[in-house]
Design a protein around this ligand. Structure first.
Ligand code: AP5
Length: 238
């Protein structure tokens, strides 16, 4: 999805700092991250996208991750933490960044909390936004999702179809269906989410700098809720 494709009200000036986007598979983290990037001028760091990029390039990390991802299981913490550490050492994260799909286990959350303290790169504390959508709708979103491999625009055959079936509106590239976007893999991803990622949401909710938003509304309404939650959290200095 591009920033040109929606009615857009620019977010008022706000130093966003580090933002965690949490939520189950298909809840809309990637979709929302693309808008937040455009609105706040900060990068999206998606561990899922980085892993898929490693798979496409045939790296050792990609080879280790592929089978696990196709089965809907999580990649081991140490591999993912190393990836995030390398990305957070780049200079474009200074004003903030959106972590999409990370942390996903308590081990990753504890590693991240400790890393940010020890790396001393943060001007602002982490804030966490959890997006909620019921499981039936998640399955529909996951099985209907199509992605442009070139510009990364996210489509959905039900809620956001491309103008021409199977082809990206922006660059004409054939759209792809993720290999883990099957009903079978979704069931496994939900099991991993419920057992390993739900405690991460609990962890950040207890830290206070946390909001939940209802993701079962239009994309624009969800974006507005997230941006409003971010403003509240930063103004409160929580
Ligand atoms: P990852 O790529 O992170 O997948 P995920 O968390 O399962 O989330 P998704 O990308 O499926 O969904 P999303 O929330 O971004 O939704 P989207 O915006 O696309 O991870 C994949 C795998 O990599 C994992 O299973 C694991 O193996 C591995 N991995 C990644 N991170 C890891 C980590 N930290 N530790 C260990 N392993 C890790 O939207 C979905 C669809 O819904 C789209 O079609 C979109 O158009 C549509 N949509 C979005 N919003 C709305 C709306 N408001 N209304 C209607 N439709 C909407």
């Amino acid at each position: 999805m591009t920033s040109e494709s929606r009615p857009h009200t620019p977010a008022p000036a706000l130093l966003p700092g580090p933002v965690l986007l949490l939520g189950a598979p298909g809840v809309g983290k990637g979709t929302q991250a693309q808008f937040l990037m455009a609105d706040f001028g900060i990068p999206q760091i998606s561990t899922g996208d980085t892993l898929r990029d490693n798979i496409a390039r045939g790296t050792d990390l990609g080879k280790a991750a592929k089978g696990l991802m196709d089965q809907g299981q999580l990649v081991p913490d140490d591999l993912v933490n190393d990836m995030v550490k390398a990305r957070l050492s780049q200079s474009d994260v200074e004003r903030g960044y959106i972590l999409d799909g990370y942390p996903r286990t308590l081990g990753q959350a504890e590693w991240l909390d400790a890393h940010l303290v020890s790396a001393a790169v943060e001007t602002l504390p982490l804030v966490a936004i959890n997006i909620r959508v019921d499981e039936q709708e998640l399955l529909r979103r996951i099985t209907g999702r199509r992605i442009c491999p070139v510009c990364k625009t996210i489509y959905n055959i039900y809620s956001k179809p491309p103008k021409k079936e199977g082809v990206c509106d922006n660059d004409g590239t054939p759209l792809q269906h993720r290999s883990d976007d099957t009903e079978e893999a979704f069931t496994e991803r939900m099991k991993a989410y419920n057992s390993l990622t739900a405690p991460v949401i609990e962890h950040y909710s207890h830290q206070g700098r946390f909001r939940e938003v209802d993701g079962a509304r239009s994309v624009e309404e969800v974006t507005a809720s997230i941006e409003s939650a971010l403003r509240e959290l930063r103004q409160a200095g929580e």
